[in-house]
Structure formats: C-alpha cells, structure tokens
Design a protein around this ligand. Structure first.
Ligand SMILES: Cc1cc2nc3c(=O)[nH]c(=O)nc-3n(C[C@H](O)[C@H](O)[C@H](O)COP(=O)(O)OP(=O)(O)OC[C@H]3O[C@@H](n4cnc5c(N)ncnc54)[C@H](O)[C@@H]3O)c2cc1C
Length: 459
C-alpha cells in the first residue's frame, strides 16, 4: 500500500532543524488557508537546539528538553520522518528514503532546502572508530554517560595504564562548540572526581587540540587569549598549532602544525571531534548548483541561484546548508557564517519572501543582519563573549549565555522545561547520574532470560 500524501500544492521543507522548524511554524497556517500544504521531511522527529548540546553534556539540561518535537508543534504540517536522498527541480520531485527502507517520490510546488550541516572530518586513521562528534542530542547524551562511566570504571581499576587511559579526555577543535564542550566536560569530571574518594584530580588529563594559533574566531584575540588562560587555570592542557595525527585503537598522536613533528602520544578512551562542519551532502544530491564547499548557492533574497546567478523559481534555501551573501560585509568570504543567529532570521525572512513570490503578499526583499556578537558558556557560572559589542566574562557572560539561549530555544513549552531544569539544579545541585547501557537496553532481560552475559556496551 502506497504512503498516503496530500495532493494539494506543496511547500516541501527538506530538514526540520532550526530553519525548517521556523519556516514550517510560520508558513503552515497561511499555506493551508490558501489551499496548499506544508510538508516537512527529516530523519528525526524533532529539531535539535544545538547551542544547548554542551549544557546537555554538563547535565544542566535534560536531553529531551533540548529538542523540539515536530508533531506537537507543527499541527498543520504534513510530517514525513525520512531522509531526502535526491531532488530533481526540473520535475519538481524529491525522493525520500523512509525508515523501513522504502523510497517514495514527493512532488512539490516550492522547495526549501534546509538540511543544515554535518560534522566535517579528515581521513585520520582510527578517528571514525574511536571518536565522537557533538552535533546531535544522541552524541551529547552518549558523551556525558560515557565520561561518567569511564570515571566510575577508573575508580576500581588496578592496572595503572588502563586507569590513565580511562582518565584521559581529548577534544579536537577549539571553535565555540569545542571550547564549550571541554569546559562542561572539565566541570562534570571535577565534580564527579570530588565525590569519588578513590579518584584524585591529579589522575585526570584533559587536552584541547587546536590546529590554528588561536581559539574561538568569533571573539576578539584578547578574549580568546583570556579563555586559553582560564582553561589552563582549570588544569586543561591547551595545545595550539597542533593537530591529531592518528587515533588507532584510542592511541592518540598529536602533530605540530609547524614542522609536522610528533608533539605527544597517549591513550585516551574519550576523543571528541568538533573541528568544523560541512554542508549536508543532500545539497550535492540535488539538481541545484553548489559552491566549492558543497553549499547551495543562494541569493540575499534566500532564493536558490542557477549557474547564471538567476533566481530559480520555487526554490529557496537558508541556514548551514547555504552560501548566503552577508550584505553587512562582515562574513568570511562575503557569506553569512553558519550559526543559529543567521539560521532563525534567514528562516523568518525566507517565509516573507516565499509568501510574496507565491501569493503576492508583498515585495521580495534582501536579508541583512548585523551580528549581535557571540557568548559562550564555560560551565556553571563561567562564560565569555561580546554580545552587542560588550566584552563580558565570568558570571555575567554565563548569565547572558543562559538568558539569550533560554529565550531563543523555540516554543514556550521547551523554554519552560529548560528553565525548570535550571531552577531545580540551583536547588538540588548538579546531577551526576550517568545512565548505563542505553545502547544495549535488553542486556538485563537477556541475562535474566538465561541468555548468558551480553557483550558490554561503551556508554
Ligand atoms: C555544539 C554546537 C553549539 C552551537 N552553538 C551555537 C551558538 O551558541 N550560537 C549560534 O548562533 N549557533 C550555534 N551553533 C550553530 C547552530 O546550531 C546552527 O548554525 C543551526 O542549527 C543551523 O540551523 P539549520 O536549520 O541550518 O541546520 P540544523 O539545525 O542542523 O538542521 C538541519 C536538519 O536537517 C535534517 N536533515 C539532515 N539531512 C537530511 C536529509 N537528507 N533529509 C531531510 N532532512 C535532513 C537534520 O536531521 C536536521 O534536523 C552551534 C552548533 C553546535 C553543533
């Protein structure tokens, strides 16, 4: 039996992340009232508020609260949980791979390409097998549980080398995500070690590796130097101009970017990779032109451009998957940087333009946004940033970080859940519970049912 889809003229949204959710929220009722349908396709049934992933690692936010479920908040949208595998704009159809392996063709009138970005890696031996990224809620939760499990395991180890390995943590990439992540990691590691009498802070090694000569390009050089000092003051080793050479069997080799010599070699059970993002591969699997970085070429009106630089009828894009000109002139290479600040504003602007083009509700206008600056959380009560040009650090930056993102996470219901979580942490203190066997939840039943001992999962 074929999947039943609406036969109304369709606005197809590829990706239900920050852009996709915002576009669908703002478009669904208007398109419905005009006799059409908004369809959103995403392999996940929720949007992930990625700026909260480090706080999920730190345990300040419950993993479920950092995501926004599509069905609850998109009641007038046709939702397909699946992955767009190709787009043929001449035929105005997209192919969607469904969970059970079947593929369907979805016709559309207008398309919004909003599949974001994926983690960008390099062919480093052992990285795929031993590393973890920080782009999804599952990674953030898995990383948190893994860290807490390794600390508990280390506290009963008698083999010194195995214990050193369990207590060694490396993060590769000193951008915003990497710095926020390592700061949250250090915070929970310190708190967990404090409550375990068999562990000492001096047993732990936490290393940040950054290939450039500085971290966090989003803040001033002076602030970045301040963050390096701050992290070093917390016992984190910060290695600049250094890269990961190999990670075979969790044995990490670090290489100098200057002369390619080996800087260090150590075994670590925890290797986090946050060294950049790349436009989602579905861009190349579409019939739309992409630039040399695989991004869909868009205009400041958020329309997709053909090879001659002309807007393609019925084709729109925004967010991390797109190369959108930054009309303020501030963006690197002349393009908007891939961040949430642009994603949500581009999405709102795109909706106005799409309605103007399709239903004649106004003029198509160009997107232009002056950056509001950036602010990072560095663990409880610590932060750094330059919101609205103000140089902030410490508890003020941390409060600005929470204030901004608490306001920015979509939907009142999710804001309330996050705020309640923060409030209960203030009352009851940090929750250091690490959940076990999430990747192998049938283990206990299997053993109880006489199946012997099931192989142990990592997390
Ligand atoms: C750890 C971390 C911290 C961050 N912190 C900040 C911050 O503090 N401030 C800030 O401004 N920005 C921050 N960002 C960046 C910000 O989250 C992104 O720029 C923003 O989410 C981009 O929105 P998007 O809709 O383009 O992509 P996304 O939000 O990534 O959404 C893409 C969606 O497309 C879906 N998808 C993927 N492939 C397919 C397919 N083939 N078919 C259909 N759907 C598909 C995905 O499942 C996803 O739901 C952070 C990012 C990370 C990873």
């Amino acid at each position: 039996m074929a999947l039943k889809l609406s036969d109304k003229p369709r606005v197809l949204i590829v990706g239900g992340g920050y852009v996709g959710l915002t576009v669908a929220q703002r478009l669904q009722k208007k398109v419905k009232a005009s006799g059409g349908v908004v369809t959103l396709v995403d392999p996940l049934p929720y949007m992930t508020y990625q700026p909260f992933l480090p706080e999920v690692v730190g345990g300040h936010i419950e993993a479920r609260h950092a995501v926004v479920p599509h069905r609850r908040h998109l009641k007038d949208t046709e939702i397909i949980t699946g992955k767009v595998t190709s787009v043929d704009h001449d035929a105005k159809t997209a192919v969607v791979g469904l969970d059970e392996g079947e593929s369907i063709e979805v016709p559309y009138q207008d398309i919004v390409m909003a599949a974001g970005a994926t983690t960008r890696t390099f062919p480093i031996e052992g990285l795929a097998e031993n590393g973890i990224g920080l782009k999804t809620i599952e990674e953030a939760l898995g990383l948190r549980n893994h860290i807490l499990e390794r600390l508990e395991a280390a506290s009963t180890m008698t083999d010194e080398a195995a214990k050193r390995r369990a207590l060694s943590f490396a993060v590769i990439g000193g951008g915003f995500a990497g710095i926020e992540c390592i700061a949250e990691m250090e915070d929970i590691i310190r708190a967990a070690v404090d409550q375990n009498p068999r562990l000492a802070q001096s047993d732990v090694r936490i290393v940040l590796v950054e290939a450039m000569g500085r971290i966090m390009p989003e803040v001033s050089e002076e602030q970045a130097v301040g963050v390096v000092e701050h992290l070093r003051g917390r016992g984190i080793e910060v290695l600049l101009n250094t890269s990961l050479g190999s990670a075979v069997d969790g044995e990490l080799t670090l290489i100098s970017m200057e002369d390619k010599s080996e800087v260090d070699r150590f075994a670590a059970d925890t290797l986090v990779w946050t060294a950049g993002v790349a436009a989602n591969a579905v861009a190349r699997a579409s019939s739309f032109p992409v630039d040399e970085r695989g991004r869909i070429t868009g205009s400041a009106t958020l329309q997709i451009l053909n090879e001659d630089g002309q807007a393609i009828e019925g084709a729109w894009t925004a967010g991390d998957i797109a190369a959108i000109p930054d009309l303020t002139g501030a963006g690197p290479g002349g393009f908007c940087v891939p961040n949430a600040q642009h994603a949500v504003r581009q999405a709102k602007h795109l909706v106005k333009n799409l309605l103007a083009a399709r239903y004649g509700t106004g003029e198509i206008t160009e997107y232009k946004h002056e950056s509001l600056g950036a602010v990072a959380g560095l663990g409880l009560y610590k932060g750094v940033g330059n919101p609205m040009g103000l140089k902030l650090s410490g508890v003020f930056a941390w409060a600005a970080h929470r204030g901004y993102h608490g306001y920015a996470i979509p939907t009142v219901e999710r804001k309330a859940r996050v705020l309640c979580g923060w409030a209960s942490e203030m009352v009851f203190g940090r929750d250091l519970t690490g959940l076990r066997d999430l990747e192998n939840p049938t283990k206990a039943f299997f053993e109880a049912a006489g199946g012997g001992e099931k192989s142990k999962s990592k997390g």
